[in-house]
Design a protein around this ligand. Structure first.
Ligand code: XIL
Length: 379
């Protein structure tokens, strides 16, 4: 207690005397010193994990971000390093494992588990998927098999959970990813079967977005998802968990989210013997006024509402945030920028751009703290 209070005072003093003199990093109060519970610790109390995605280049070049992730996370989801475009930029050339290796090593050095995202997706694919001499209905299955087998064998026992198939459905059925176009929807069966053969101990996940709301769009997607999972199981396809991305929007969590109905959906998934992973949590604030205090407060309310709901389901085994600090959120990145009308950066994550805890951190810690006990891990 004494240390904590002294830490606080010291941090306060640094802010007071340091403004404009010291660099922003020096001004940061150390989270341990201000008594912030690590989110991994809060999650562990109900038998869960807490993690985040991060680009390994950010971890290696931004020490304050690396510290934040190290402190709060027991799982790392490399943000892009396992995607096709990075691993296989040029056809016929060796794999580029440089960044993926660094990400896995970084996590291992800190005793963190790794989640891999992803083996099939519509996006982040290399240009040669569009060139029939390299990618066509005749070779796509062999291309998929070689890729999954090579990557999973390399990281066998080191990547615990894989998003084998990402964003495969829409409200009408199967999303026309390059794989669906080449192989038809049974590419999903193939991908999981190949993955299970490559690393029988890994957790294999079907990862999907926009499953959360009580609106027509989301309800259709939920119905399709339950049908797809049921079909996969009827064919004994080795799927172990549903990944619920939880890329949420503030206005929708406020107006179109029914916790009881969402729990019902998650329980339907759980009743199939599947686990559920919250894989990519963040909450956009495009509908909120620019004022930071209001925005942060409302985003925290949305975090609370969402996490209090899902963490009552024992089969929800853990929560992975899509980045931890607003500074490195994909929603603010130049390629993906989800614009606010006022042009301000979004504030979608538990920590601000200086790694200071926001109300969303407190909401997350609180929700983790009152979560229902998780069902035992199976993988
Ligand atoms: C995003 C990354 O955050 C971006 O940096 C990249 O430009 C595109 O992909 N669903 C997913 C993730 O499964 O892989 C996506 O990550 C976000 C949406």
């Amino acid at each position: 207690m004494e240390t904590t209070r002294r830490g606080l005072l010291k941090a306060g003093a640094a802010v007071a005397v340091g403004a404009g003199v010291l660099g922003p990093r020096t001004l940061l109060p150390d989270a341990a010193a201000v008594g912030e519970t690590a989110l991994r610790t809060a999650a562990g109390r109900s038998g869960r994990y807490f993690g985040s995605s991060a680009a390994v280049l950010n971890l290696l070049t931004d020490p304050s971000y690396a510290d934040l992730i190290t402190r709060h996370c027991s799982v790392l989801a490399p943000e892009n390093e396992f995607k096709w475009a990075l691993l296989r930029p040029v056809p016929g050339q060796p794999y580029n494992f440089l960044l993926a290796d660094q990400a896995v090593a970084w996590a291992e050095a800190r005793g963190m588990d790794v989640r891999g995202n992803c083996f099939t997706w519509n996006n982040s694919n290399p240009y040669w998927f569009q060139l029939p001499q390299f990618f066509n209905p005749g070779n796509a299955l062999a291309v998929l098999e070689e890729h999954i087998t090579t990557v999973m064998t390399r990281y066998k026992g080191r990547v615990r959970s894989w998003d084998v198939v990402n964003e495969a459905t829409n409200g009408a059925g199967y999303y026309p990813t390059p794989w669906a176009k080449m192989l038809g929807p049974r590419y999903i069966d193939n991908a999981f079967t190949i993955a299970h053969r490559a690393d029988p101990d890994a957790q294999l996940v079907l990862n999907e977005y926009n499953l959360e709301y009580d609106n027509r769009y989301s309800r259709d997607r939920q119905a399709v998802m339950l049908r797809v999972l049921d079909d996969l199981q009827s064919r004994d396809v080795p799927v172990h968990a549903l990944g619920v991305q939880a890329h949420l929007a503030h206005h929708a969590v406020r107006g179109q989210f029914d916790p009881a109905k969402h729990q019902r959906f998650l329980r339907s998934v759980a009743s199939m013997g599947l686990k559920i992973v919250i894989t990519e949590l963040d909450i956009t604030d495009q509908d909120l006024p620019g004022d930071v205090v209001t925005r942060d407060r409302e985003i925290a309310v949305a975090y609370q509402r969402y996490l209090d709901c899902v963490l009552q389901v024992p089969q929800v085994e853990g929560v992975v945030s899509w980045g931890l600090s607003d500074k490195h959120s994909w929603l603010n990145s130049s390629e993906e920028r989800f614009e606010r009308e006022d042009g301000l950066d979004q504030r979608p994550l538990p920590f601000d751009d200086r790694m200071a805890a926001k109300p969303a951190y407190a909401a997350t810690a609180r929700a983790l703290g009152r979560a229902r006990r998780a069902a035992p891990r199976t993988r």
